[in-house]
Write a protein of this length. Structure first.
Length: 210
């Protein structure tokens, strides 16, 4: 292996799971599982659309979606493929809402040219859903049992990790997940090498509104 990121392979460790169906995302409820991802083929019309608007620069879209509401993505131009992207966001929002029975979903769609969170860390949320539509995907440590106090040690910082592929849905348990004290998915934003262009990332957080 020439880098910290190994090839995408099926593996069944205790602390993370890569699954092939939506139903199997329920593995995230297992106490020891910190990461559960679903590999799926991304609609090529979405890829073509995002490639076509990549030259518009960085992007930051924030929305709150209640059940049945579709994302507006108002900052993205109305061109062929945009509705397919909105359809996919609706699918991912529904998956998260159904899994957690939450009353709303917080959406953030970003397009960046640098790593937003390049060091290993755990989010202070109950659960987060990530999907990288373009550019390198989110990375998580192969060994999710690492002591969080040791994350800055070189041996861990350069340790084996996994990287999501384009379109992959990644569920990350956070530090605020019930009975998950001292744990949480250890992950980071990937480095974006010269020539890789910008990274388009969708982040969905469950919300329980009064």
């Amino acid at each position: 292996m020439t880098s910290a990121v190994s090839a995408v392979i099926d593996r069944d460790p205790a602390s993370w799971r890569r699954v092939s169906t939506i139903a199997d995302l329920a593995w995230i409820f297992e106490p020891g599982v910190q990461v559960c991802s679903w590999q799926r083929a991304i609609d090529p019309r979405i890829t073509a659309y995002l490639d076509g608007v990549a030259g518009l620069g960085t992007l930051q879209v924030l929305e709150t979606l209640k059940p049945g509401e579709r994302a507006r993505l108002a900052d993205l131009p109305v061109e062929q493929g945009r509705e397919h992207l909105i359809d996919d966001v609706a699918l991912l929002s529904t998956i998260l809402a159904d899994l957690l029975d939450c009353s709303a979903v917080g959406l953030r769609c970003t397009r960046v040219e640098h790593a937003m969170c390049p060091v290993w860390h755990v989010d202070r949320v109950p659960l987060r859903l990530l999907c990288t539509y373009g550019g390198p995907g989110t990375e998580w440590l192969d060994d999710q049992g690492v002591d969080h106090a040791e994350l800055k040690r070189p041996a861990i910082a350069e340790g084996a990790c996994r990287r999501a592929v384009a379109g992959e849905l990644v569920l990350l348990k956070g530090a605020l997940w019930q009975d998950n004290d001292g744990f949480g998915a250890i992950h980071r934003s990937p480095a974006i090498a010269a020539g890789e262009g910008r990274r388009t990332l969708l982040t969905l957080d469950p919300l329980w509104l009064g």
